[in-house]
Design a protein around this ligand. Sequence first.
Ligand SMILES: [Zn+2]
Ligand SMILES: [Zn+2]
Length: 367
Amino acid sequence: MTKRILCFILLLTFLPGFISCETEKPSVVDRSPLNSEVSVLESSITEESAAEESSLDDIPQSRGFYIMFIDVGQADASLIMCDGHYMLIDGGNVDDSNRIYSVLKSRGVEHLDYVIGTHAHEDHVGGITAAFSACTVGQAFSPVTVADNVPFNNFKRIAQNQGVELQKPVLDKVYMLGSSRFTVFAPRENYEDANNSSIVIRLEYGDNVFLFTGDAERASEEAMINAGCSLSADLLKVGHHGSNSSTSYLFLRAVMPTYAIISCGAGNDYGHPHKEVLSRLENADVKTLRTDKLGDIICYSDGQNLRFECGTADDNVSYAYIGNKNNMLLHTVMCGGLPNPNNRAYFVSLEDAERAGYTRHCSNCMP
Ligand SMILES: [Zn+2]
Ligand SMILES: [Zn+2]
């Protein structure tokens, strides 16, 4: 049995108000910080409880709505599903490619309507190439079409190989994803700073609103406030991994989320999330969930209420082929001459391997 950690059960047991939470702002707010409760609960996680109840693997494939904040360490990656339509916002670092690929495969994602690289930094677009190996892609959005770094150029190239040109999304335009819709709020200006150039979107499903801010910092936050963007949201994907450069007091007051998600790596070099941001969130009675503490975080919405599951999702898939990232040579998993584990790209099908550019085959194992 796959080892899996689930805080779902614990939350169900100990935090009934959290599991099925009304998204209307409560008039009386429980001031106990969620983080401390969750960290206490983590110590009592058991395998038995995981086996008894529904799990991260029971996700309906083609109806309803969920957002999976994929634990990619000190990076960002969010998969959104609505009525069988999918969108990926960022794809983690280059090293996260295999994880992104297996998440998409294990969830049966064959087509992504949209892939959004919020900005041209490796921790956002490094692993995004996996989306183009695992799936066909409708549209790919980026705030820039030219950037001077290898991960971005690989993103652009693999998209082009699939006949998809990176395009800047249209500001304030409404895009549909199944019965949900999203609006692009930023970047509203041409920033030299890549973080501030982050694509910011407001995603709406029923009465629920989610705000994804990439690594947008104070300048972009102010531009959105000044432009009168409708920033109020039930859930804020906190900007820049919880850095103090983002989630300014004014911005937080405009968003006033019930929940905040912070994607960051345990013990990261930047000290993210910064204590100033955590205390701003706590002072605003925002329930904060962190990938460094909880692993993957899945938020389900029925259009009115939000429900969360967290832990490490089981995304084991059966790989048949292994590519050597250095020389782009493809092997079967049984080959005697497999590349060093650090240089491996895993694929479930020849079609996926070819889509990722692995067209040369090992002459020994002959894939
Ligand atoms: Zn980042
Ligand atoms: Zn960045």
